[in-house]
Design a protein around this ligand. Structure first.
Ligand SMILES: C[S@@+](CC[C@H](N)C(=O)[O-])C[C@H]1O[C@@H](n2cnc3c(N)ncnc32)[C@H](O)[C@@H]1O
Length: 213
């Protein structure tokens, strides 16, 4: 199957689970102190008043947290249902529907971006293209925070929380993601790995903070 067909399945799968995903995860940041700390650090290092993007934003809770901190935030997701949910829940955020490989944003539009657990649905060969796009829409010197599940397995789901889906989760090795970021023009400034919190799926997680050189 081609990339567009695969992305279409991801989009349809998230359209299907969007309401359940939001019901389960909208408040998750309350139990994720390290994630909140990384987001606070990103905001602290970003020019006040400048727009920040949440790439693959899901129901928009991370974008919503940033907006609560006074950040002008743009949430982008391939799933129309996620975008609709975000608009309903976080009116202060500018939500746009679009693909990580073809972001609906202007060159240099954002002062910083986050991509939390969204590149896991790309084929690993697409990582480089996604990071080139993230690079295009970032200002020089801007930070990108990327999160993913650590490992090398590919997990396929055809049922998720009682919904019929067809979706793959690509676990990733930190070195491979760091290399793709560097190849796309980023300098990696921080690598963090952590165990799952009690409420999370039982996977080890990695976070990379990279700066557009
Ligand atoms: C696991 S959820 C993560 C949502 C949110 N970032 C979070 O941390 O909870 C993955 C999200 O990435 C979006 N996504 C997956 N592939 C995408 C693509 N190619 N372009 C844009 N969004 C994508 C999905 O629709 C979904 O909302």
């Amino acid at each position: 199957m081609g990339d567009h067909g695969r992305h279409d399945l991801v989009r349809r799968s998230y359209d299907t689970v969007a309401e359940t995903y939001a019901a389960r995860l909208l408040d998750e940041l309350a139990g994720k102190p390290l994630d909140r700390a990384l987001l606070a650090s990103l905001v602290e290092q970003t020019e006040a008043g400048a727009p920040v993007a949440d790439l693959g934003c899901g129901p928009g809770h991370v974008a919503g947290l940033l907006a609560d901190r006074g950040v002008k935030t743009v949430g982008i997701d391939v799933s129309g249902a996620m975008v609709a949910l975000g608009r309903r829940t976080f009116p202060a955020v500018d939500f746009r529907q679009g693909d990580l490989l073809e972001l609906p944003a202007a060159d240099g539009e954002f002062a910083a971006s986050v991509a939390l657990y969204s590149v896991i649905h790309l084929a690993p060969s697409e990582l480089h293209g996604a990071f080139r796009e993230a690079h295009r829409v970032l200002r020089p010197g801007g930070l990108l925070l990327v999160a993913f599940h650590l490992g090398s397995e590919v997990r396929h789901l055809d049922e998720w929380w009682g919904h019929e889906v067809d979706i793959e989760f690509h676990f990733l090795e930190t070195g491979r993601v760091a290399k793709a970021l560097e190849d796309a023009g980023f300098a990696v400034e921080m690598r963090m790995e952590r165990a799952p919190y009690a409420e999370e799926a039982e996977t080890r997680r990695a976070y990379l903070l990279a700066r557009r050189s």
